[in-house]
Design a protein around this ligand. Structure first.
Ligand code: ADP
Ligand code: MG
Length: 563
């Protein structure tokens, strides 16, 4: 599409705003233009002392005729009419950025389209002073110098460059997660600061951004989702840090990308955090990168000048879909099996490195029929070790399952589904309760009466505690706080089979079968990993089964054949 000036009625509808307030905001606008031009290589060079920068891309370029238009107000090649506003497929659409930048800095734009030579325009003080041919490859190089030269106050309010650089790195990282097919290079004063290599999937990008995250600790899922009434296909890509292997001390790696840009969307973020409820320990946070490609009619980008917030239609549908997808990722299906050890420490212990992982699953779900066959892994209990570990075997290896926490996970999810309070024939008498303890027991649904001085009669209890000898202790523990959920965790922990208890094969098989059916079999409600896998492929390498027979027997030549 050629660049055109937007009609006035469209300009009025645009939630415009001065978006250029820092070097980072210039980088954001230029990078968005490069991505809209379908670039696969983007080089960003910053010269902070002179408030200058350059963004070079290998995108489609700008034609000679269009070049001078780029810096005019409200000129864009991305939308042309009012109707286009509800069908925005690009990151930019307001035709404002280059115009704003040209008012605040000296700008040079060199560009070349296919089948033509390159051209350069130079704008100073918002006047185009030069347009002449330029020898460059197909693509665009935009150089900005002396930003805010006439606005010293704006320079002053900008945070120190170190801080801005951090923001820039976050910004580029976020774009890279949404556009994994792009190679990125960031230089400051010609020193390389950040390099991200292109890849087929976001799962390969994240380890490049965070050195402590490994590819094998992540799992990707890709779904095509049909929003029925509108017959519109959306793409959902989710990269999840497996909770038994990876978590963060801060909520810094939950990112939501919608149609190519990371946005704040509290409703979807809370759906993600909710899916990790009782999966990680309390002070840890998940790693989740969600990329949604949604038909533009469901999104209103025109709400925020920097497009950092959006209005997303059918938010409840998306919340449910995301929760369901995360649960699917946790499932112990044959598809989800990893070929690598499930734990870095174990990995080091055995000194076997296995970068390969088959942790990607690609599946298509037909929402109409909702048919999905979950192919749960089949686990055979072999025996018990140290009265603590259940040794199981499956088609691709051996798992050690810790009996207490596997059972705890089963009981916790059961309690969540069926929290049943049953009346007691004979009340349990508790003494010396504080008022807040009585209140706590009542809050979780128990019937408690005063039974004389400093005595209370508990007349109903959670069904699972019925006939247990430690019922009184359990009630006291429950009275000491937490909400219903905390009560369920504490009951699950108390009633689950203890480590050190001998179990028969049948008892173990029952626990294993129930455990693998849980929604989150990877960790216990406190966030501890439940199983350790020794996959056959890793054992094969560890025992060096790939060694050539002759060599390992000390023979230099193969033995003569026995005629
Ligand atoms: P918008 O992105 O909202 O259209 P901009 O002011 O950012 O507005 O850009 C104006 C126009 O300049 C774009 O519509 C596009 O046609 C062109 N343009 C800017 N940067 C590039 C680039 N790197 N590659 C190709 N075209 C570009
Ligand atoms: Mg733009």
């Amino acid at each position: 599409m050629a660049i055109q000036k937007l009609p006035n009625n469209v300009v009025k509808l645009i939630a415009a705003g001065e978006v250029i307030d820092s070097l980072t905001s210039v980088v954001r606008e230029l990078v968005e233009n490069s991505l809209d031009a379908k670039a696969t290589r983007i080089f960003i060079s910053i010269y902070p002392q002179s408030w200058s920068l350059e963004v070079a891309d290998n995108g489609e370029g700008i034609s000679e005729e269009d070049l001078p238009l780029t810096i005019q107000p409200n000129t864009t090649s991305k939308i042309h009419s009012r109707d286009d506003l509800i069908n925005i497929k690009t990151l930019g659409f307001r035709g404002e950025a280059l115009n704003s930048i040209a008012q605040l800095a000296n700008v040079s734009i060199c560009s070349r389209v296919k089948d033509n030579c390159g051209w350069e325009i130079v704008s100073e003080d918002f006047r185009i002073v030069k347009l002449y041919p330029k020898a460059i490859a197909i693509g665009t190089v935009i150089s900005i110098s002396n930003l805010f030269e006439n606005l010293p106050l704006r320079r002053q309010v900008n945070p120190p460059f170190k801080q801005q650089l951090k923001q820039m790195q976050i910004l580029i990282g976020e774009f890279a997660l949404c556009h994994p097919h792009v190679t990125w290079n960031l230089f400051v004063n010609q020193r390389s600061i950040l390099k991200i290599s292109a890849s087929l999937s976001t799962q390969n990008i994240l380890p490049q951004l965070v050195k402590t995250i490994e590819y094998a600790d992540l799992k990707s899922i890709h779904k095509k989702i049909n929003i029925e009434q509108h017959n519109s296909i959306c793409d959902l890509n989710l990269v999840i840090g497996l909770p038994d292997r990876l978590s963060r001390p801060r909520p810094d790696w939950v990112k939501i990308g919608i149609n190519g840009r990371v946005v704040r969307c509290p409703a979807l973020e809370s759906a993600i955090y909710g899916s990790f409820h009782r999966t990680l320990s309390r002070d840890r946070f998940p790693v989740v990168i969600l990329n949604l490609q949604i038909s533009p009619q469901y999104i209103d980008w025109n709400r925020h000048p920097a497009k950092a917030e959006i209005y997303l239609d059918k938010i409840e549908f998306w919340q449910d879909t995301i929760k369901q997808t995360i649960t699917e990722v946790f499932q112990l299906t044959n598809n989800n099996l990893s070929t690598s050890f499930s734990n870095k420490r174990i990995d080091q212990y055995f000194k076997v490195t296995e970068s390969k992982s088959v942790y990607n699953i690609e599946e298509k779900i037909d929402n109409k029929s909702d048919q999905k066959v979950i192919d749960l892994i089949s686990l055979n209990v072999l025996s018990q070790s140290r009265n603590t570990y259940i040794i199981t075997e499956h088609s691709q290896g051996i798992w050690l399952i810790e009996q207490h926490i596997a059972h705890e996970r089963v009981l916790y999810e059961k309690l969540q589904k069926e929290w049943e309070i049953v009346p007691l024939e004979k009340p349990i008498i508790l003494s010396k309760l504080l008022p807040k303890q009585v209140e706590q027991l009542e809050n979780i649904g128990l019937e408690v009466d005063s039974f004389g001085e400093d005595l209370w009669a508990v007349r109903s209890i959670p069904k699972i505690l019925l006939f247990r000898e430690d019922c009184l202790d359990a009630l006291l523990e429950l009275s000491w706080g937490g909400d219903l959920d905390a009560a369920q965790v504490s009951i699950a922990c108390r009633t689950a089979v203890k480590n050190g208890t001998p179990l028969t094969i049948n008892q173990m098989q029952k626990i294993v079968d129930e455990w693998k059916m849980t929604n989150n079999p990877l960790t216990c409600p406190h966030g501890r990993p439940i199983y350790l896998s020794l996959e056959e492929s890793s054992l094969y390498r560890f025992f060096r089964r790939h060694w050539v027979l002759g060599k390992s027997h000390g023979l230099t030549e193969s033995p003569p054949s026995n005629k």
